[in-house]
Each structure stands twice: as structure tokens, then as C-alpha cells.
Write a protein that binds this ligand. Structure first.
Ligand SMILES: [Zn+2]
Length: 461
């Protein structure tokens, strides 16, 4: 039997069946033995999920971020609270936390502050933390300590505002770690046509991706615990004329997901590759009604996927992190970030060998989204999802051709003409290193080795 068939079976196999397969598979090849020992450890421990929520709404009067035409003015009120919502999955081996924040884009430095703020918690100190910014343009500003451009994008820098964002996110994580419950988890996918659209200047008429990814977590009695959902669109249903803090369509989507799934479910939203992707609201009498209808349409699809997604009591989790340094280079308009080289990171997360997620430190073009999904399909993944603006947010990640055509995105793209290609190639390398089967299996136990060529096999005696 081809290994692929067996791996496929494992995805839905109960622990007893996994143990049985292990006995047979370890006799076959070394890489399968390595793979199965990891899974057996996970299968032996109880899968647990915790959820938590924190408030990251800054004081009224704090500027927002995303629209230059507000010119750093303070927001005059709160329409809906800005939230950090966390889902912590602990399979007994590799705990991970996905925290969605209603924010234009947490910087790498802010993510490090979140990690430090929870480092005294025994579980969180060893949990891989992924902070995904929704990119709402009505979130809290004043967080960019960058002379000139920081103030243009996010208003005058205020460390007290940054503390609100970091503390609220840390609070969501602490609650999630404190409320772990035995859980069953499944992954499912849907499509939502017409809710997003391409906004790039070049190339013209690129189709956007309608993909919706859902991670479903329920208790052992089937009661809903957490609904992670992922979709690509700028949360810019509200314009720069709005002066009230809001999560834009994302807040409404979470509310509708909560209502449709019911119980105590905690919805958690991560944006996708939304770099050159606008929202397309089905309509409404005013801006908030348009947010509502968009959020409802997304939630209806999330609920459909939720209902169709089976859950299992074991979850295999593999991750790979690539840390690197962003060297600021002039944008296509000649603007250079007045900053020294910045540390940043990309990650791949793979669940049950078939469900891949790639985190990117900014706003990825839908062109690369399609490239990465296609490449992941070739490797054997059932689906690849992009976790946009995750663990950093340093601008648009676009193709060299778009950059040379001086698209809008290229004027807020700080890694130079070829930076998008580096992001794409790193995504490919991360996926290749975690591919379901193939030439790189022997490298599985060596994290962060993806840029180092594997040693040549020893010559046969
Ligand atoms: Zn944007």
C-alpha cells in the first residue's frame, strides 16, 4: 500500500486504530517510524482546547490607523469593542495558540511583548503563539514608533496605547490557558463567492480566492468550544469618515458565528492573503449595516462548514518557524523606512499531515495566495491557508511585476522589489519541509533547517 493511503486513514482514525497502524508501519521505513512515534505521543495525551477574550480598545481620543485622511485625529467614540480572541490547542505535545486581534497590524515587537507578558505561565511559556491582526481600519492607532511614516499611518506614537493592545491580548491568552477543556477538533473548508474583490492596479482583473477555512473545536459532549475561521478581505467596509472604534465586518462576523453555532463557542478570526483584496458587502443602508450583512454572509458559510466537519479526539500538529531579518529598502515611490534591519518570522503549521497554514508578516497578494495553494496541492496537502498579518505587519507583500508597475501596494511595500518573491519562496520551503510524504521526510526532526541543504546520503559500502 502506498504510504499516502495509510496517512490518509490516520486522519480520522481513533487512537486504538492508530496504535494498530503503528505496529504495522514502523516495520516499513525509518521516516514512518519517526512520524508515528510523534503521533503516538499525541494520541496518548488528552486533546484540550481553551478559549479567552481580552479587550484592546484604547481610550476615546486615541487615533486610529489605516486611513491617512484622518490625519492622526483622535477617535470620538466606540461603536463596538476591539477584541483579542484566543483559541489554545494542547495536544499534549505541541501547544499552539491562535489569537485574533482587532487591529491594523501588531508589529513583531508587540508580539514579542505579548509573549513576554505570558512567559510566567507554565503552559503559555512553551506554547507557540500566533497573533493575527484582522487589519480593521477602525482599530487602535498610536502604535508605530517610526519617525514620519508611523505618524502618517497610525497617529502620534503613544506607548500607553501599545500597552492596552499587548495587555488585552495577553489577557485573552491567560484565560485560554486557564480554561482548557477536553476537546475534539476537526478542520473544514468552504467557499464564499462575491464577498471579496481584487483591487490591484496591475496586473488587471486577477480573480480573488473565495476560500473559507474553519478549525472546529467541541467538548467531549459535542458542545461548541471554539470556531476559528479564515477569509481574505480588507476590513475596510467602514471608510476614513468613520470616527468610532470598530472591528468592521469582522466583529459582526464573530457575533453571527456565535449566534449561529450557539452555546459558549468562541469565534476567532484570522485574515487571509488580503493584500490587494477589498471587501464586497452584500449591502445595507449605512456603513455599519454593510458590515453587518458582510459579517452575516461570512458567518453563514462558517456555520455550513462547521456542520459538515467531523471532529476527532486526536490532532497531530507540526510547525516550522523561519526567523529572518527584514532589511528596509525604498518603496517604489522611494520611501525608505528610517529603521535598522528588523527581526521577523514566517511559520508553517500542519494539522494531521494534510491541513497546512502559512503565516506571513504582512499583507500578501492574492496572486501569491494562489501560487502557494497550488504548490501545496502538488505536495499533497488537502488545503493551504494563509494566516495574514500574523506575528508582524510590515506592509504589502507583492510580486516584482506589481512593484515595477508602481501599484498602490508597492508604495507601502518596504522590503524592495524582490521581497514578495522571498516570501513566496520561504512559504514553499516551509511547506516542502512539512510535506505529507517525499524527499524531505528525513529532515522532519530538524526544525529551522530549511535553508541548509540536507547532507548528501552516505555512499553505499
Ligand atoms: Zn492594507
Amino acid at each position: 500500500m502506498h504510504p499516502k493511503g495509510k496517512v490518509q486513514r490516520l486522519r480520522t482514525a481513533a487512537p486504538a486504530a492508530i496504535a494498530d497502524l503503528r505496529g504495522r508501519l514502523t516495520l516499513k521505513t525509518a521516516w514512518l517510524a519517526l512520524f508515528m512515534s510523534g503521533l503516538a505521543a499525541a494520541a496518548g495525551a488528552e486533546l484540550r482546547v481553551g478559549t479567552g477574550l481580552g479587550d484592546i480598545t484604547p481610550p476615546i481620543g486615541t487615533p486610529s490607523a489605516g486611513y491617512g485622511n484622518r490625519r492622526g485625529a483622535g477617535m470620538t467614540g466606540v461603536h463596538d469593542r476591539l477584541l483579542a480572541t484566543a483559541m489554545l490547542i494542547d495536544n499534549g505535545e505541541r501547544p499552539i495558540a491562535l489569537v485574533g486581534v482587532d487591529h491594523l497590524g501588531f508589529t513583531y515587537e508587540m508580539v514579542q511583548q505579548v509573549r513576554q507578558a505570558v512567559a510566567d505561565d507554565p503552559l503559555l511559556s512553551r506554547t507557540e503563539i500566533y497573533v493575527g491582526s484582522s487589519h480593521t481600519h477602525a482599530g487602535g492607532g498610536a502604535f508605530l514608533n517610526v519617525p514620519g511614516i508611523g505618524e502618517t499611518l497610525a497617529g502620534k506614537y503613544d506607548p500607553a496605547a501599545v500597552k492596552v493592545y499587548v495587555d488585552g491580548t495577553a489577557e485573552a491568552l491567560r484565560k485560554a490557558a486557564g480554561e482548557l477543556k477536553p476537546a475534539r477538533v476537526g478542520l473544514g473548508y468552504g467557499r464564499l463567492e462575491g464577498l471579496n474583490g481584487y483591487r490591484g492596479d496591475w496586473p488587471p482583473n486577477v480573480p480573488t480566492l473565495p476560500d473559507v477555512a474553519v478549525i472546529k473545536a467541541v467538548g467531549t459532549d459535542g458542545s461548541p468550544l471554539a470556531a476559528f475561521f479564515n477569509f481574505a478581505a480588507h476590513p475596510t467596509v467602514l471608510s476614513g469618515a468613520n470616527m468610532l472604534f470598530s472591528a468592521d465586518f469582522v466583529g459582526y462576523a464573530r457575533e453571527h458565528v456565535g449566534r449561529l453555532i450557539g452555546g459558549d463557542v468562541q469565534p476567532v478570526f484570522f485574515n487571509g492573503a488580503q493584500g490587494d483584496v477589498s471587501p464586497r458587502s452584500p449591502g445595507g443602508e449605512d456603513a455599519f449595516a454593510r458590515c453587518d450583512s458582510m459579517g452575516r454572509a461570512l458567518a453563514v458559510e462558517v456555520k455550513r462548514v462547521w456542520d459538515a466537519t467531523p471532529v476527532a479526539e486526536a490532532l497531530k500538529i507540526e510547525t516550522l518557524k523561519e526567523t529572518y531579518t527584514l532589511e528596509p529598502k525604498p518603496t517604489s515611490a522611494g520611501l525608505l523606512l528610517p529603521l535598522p534591519p528588523q527581526p521577523t518570522e514566517m511559520n508553517a503549521l500542519v494539522f494531521n499531515d494534510r491541513h497546512a497554514f502559512v503565516s506571513v508578516p504582512g499583507e500578501l497578494s492574492c496572486i501569491y495566495d494562489a501560487d502557494i495553494k497550488r504548490f501545496g496541492g502538488w505536495l499533497g496537502f488537502e488545503h493551504v491557508s494563509i494566516l495574514g498579518l500574523t506575528n508582524d505587519a510590515h506592509g504589502y507583500l507583492i510580486t516584482p511585476e506589481s512593484w515595477r508597475h508602481m501599484t498602490y501596494e508597492s508604495t507601502v511595500s518596504f522590503g524592495g522589489e524582490l521581497y514578495g518573491e522571498m516570501i513566496k519562496n520561504t512559504a514553499f520551503a516551509l511547506l516542502h519541509a512539512l510535506e505529507p510524504e517525499g524527499a524531505y521526510q528525513a529532515d522532519r526532526a530538524k526544525p529551522s533547517s530549511i535553508l541548509t541543504p540536507a547532507p548528501a546520503p552516505a555512499a553505499a559500502p
